[in-house]
Ligand binder design. Structure first.
Ligand SMILES: NC(=O)c1ccc[n+]([C@@H]2O[C@H](COP(=O)([O-])OP(=O)(O)OC[C@H]3O[C@@H](n4cnc5c(N)ncnc54)[C@H](O)[C@@H]3O)[C@@H](O)[C@H]2O)c1
Length: 445
């Protein structure tokens, strides 16, 4: 089934006139009634953070794992619980003002598109979706309906990352020619696909978990929870996990659009798991903050990043475990991931960063070290935007571009060591075989 048919078939016929939340947002006393799809794992954190806002009332909880659903219902006994988000919308659409989607990646688009069809603002976890076609459809629908949207990259709202953005845009290291970004995490799997099947746990609705993806036998520890990330049919590997967070600040600071080439040095594809080690090289068109072309290299997996002269730190210090390094005409900026301030390096020495010009201009405050407070900012920004008192900093108009960039690197992993050329306007690769991976079929479930 094609994506458009899925949306048409599952769109809920509601007789109620549903207005985007921001329309009534100025009302002081109104509570934002939220529905949460996926409430285990990160979804439990999302639920906690969204519901910590004093003007949020959690009205609906949905999870295909009854253990996770029951745990969330215990925290919010006044909410109604569901296993199937389609049923939730058909029964409660007119009682829901905003939707939070925290499911595995392959379910982001089906659930978010349905919510947006019903004019609901959506907070969707990163990466925005599993396929480029879905990402583009989500951005388009959000724009057409003028909906409040936010992708779940909470670090986007942290002080350190705002500061790095201001520093880069102020020209602290001149125009940037290269970005190195890395994580030694491994959300790949080089082994063979599983054989046989295990009994489906009584608490899991396996058909609903698979959702629009092809039916297959259930196997313990392979898919649910969490491990779906490693698998091409459900997740986006390490790039789609840590990559989205670590890409975010350099991508935003440099005002990048999608790249025009991408190459992934990794093992041969096996059709099941993502490579355990990837080196992805992108080329981006120039922006006011870059040299003529910006080169971007991502390293993940064991031992990442390899030794590189650009990554040598003063005093032979150890490189942060994860992070990004901007290479500019007059220096380098190191951005550890996360909860550490950026570091400015010139001629092999650290140079103190003066935040006072940005403090005086009101663009940023004094450095924040209370990360517990920072954590809720991104969520509350979404709620406040729905209530009409703030603006989201990572709406789908931004996060779709960022996710598309990530997904192009993921697709390049199907063609190891081959430079692919991306035509963003036409949304196709010059290498036609790669276009097969831009979208996928939806199963009726
Ligand atoms: N922003 C962050 O820092 C961060 C951190 C971790 C995960 N994430 C993102 O959050 C999402 C979930 O990741 P996770 O690690 O929590 O995965 P997980 O597998 O641990 O949890 C997913 C939850 O969603 C439920 N679920 C699965 N399919 C569902 C469906 N169709 N309808 C309703 N519920 C469904 C599962 O039962 C489970 O409770 C992913 O997109 C991931 O990238 C973001």
């Amino acid at each position: 089934m094609k994506r458009r048919d899925f949306i048409k078939n599952t769109a809920v016929a509601s007789s109620v006139s549903l207005l985007p939340a921001q329309i009534w947002g100025s009302s002081q006393e109104k509570m934002l009634r939220t529905a949460h799809i996926g409430v285990g794992g990160m979804g439990a954190e999302d639920l906690k953070s969204i519901s910590s806002h004093e003007r949020v009332k959690v009205v609906a909880l949905c999870d295909v794992d009854s253990n996770n659903l029951n745990a969330a219902l215990q925290m919010h006994p006044e909410a109604r619980g569901f296993a199937d988000y389609r049923l939730m919308f058909s029964e409660m659409a007119d009682e829901i003002d905003a939707v939070v989607v925290s499911t595995p990646d392959h379910s982001h688009a089906p659930a978010s598109m349905l919510a947006m069809q019903l004019n609901k603002p959506v907070y969707c976890q990163k990466p925005l979706a599993h396929h480029v076609s879905e990402v583009r459809a989500m951005k388009k629908l959000a724009e057409e309906k003028n909906l409040i949207t936010q992708m779940g990259i909470q670090v986007h709202s942290f002080y350190d990352y705002k500061l790095a953005t201001l520093l880069i845009r102020s020209g602290i290291i001149g125009k940037v020619s290269t970005v190195h970004a890395w994580s030694p995490k491994n959300w790949g799997y080089d082994g063979p696909p599983p054989t046989g099947s295990d009994p489906i746990p009584a608490n899991l609705d396996w058909n609903l978990w698979l959702g629009t993806s092809a039916r297959r036998p259930y196997k313990d520890q392979v898919y649910h929870p969490m491990n779906w990330r490693k698998l091409v049919d459900f997740g986006c590997g390490t790039l789609g996990d840590m990559g989205v967070h670590i890409f975010d600040t350099p991508y935003n600071a440099l005002e990048l659009d999608v790249p025009f080439t991408v190459k992934n040095r990794c093992r041969k594809p096996n059709g099941f798991g993502y490579p355990e080690e990837n080196t992805v090289t992108y080329e981006f068109p120039a922006t006011p903050y870059t040299t003529e072309t910006l080169k971007w290299i991502w390293y993940d997996g064991k031992g990442a990043p390899p030794a590189h002269k650009d990554l040598r730190l003063p005093n032979k210090e150890k490189l942060p475990l994860q992070g990004a390094m901007f290479i500019g005409e007059t220096g380098r900026l190191l951005l550890p991931h996360f909860m550490e301030l950026p570091r400015h390096i010139v001629d092999g020495e650290y140079v103190e960063i003066d935040v006072s010009p940005f403090v005086s201009s009101g663009e940023i405050g004094e450095p924040v070290r209370d990360y517990a407070l920072e954590g809720n900012k991104h969520y509350h920004q979404f709620v406040d935007a729905c209530l009409g008192t703030d603006t989201c900093s990572a709406p789908f108009s931004y996060s779709a571009r960022l996710t598309e960039t990530i997904l192009l690197g993921v697709i390049a992993g199907r063609f190891p060591n081959k430079k692919l050329h991306w035509d963003s306007e036409r949304a196709i690769f010059r290498e036609s075989k790669a276009n097969e991976f831009l979208s996928g079929d939806y199963r009726e479930f």
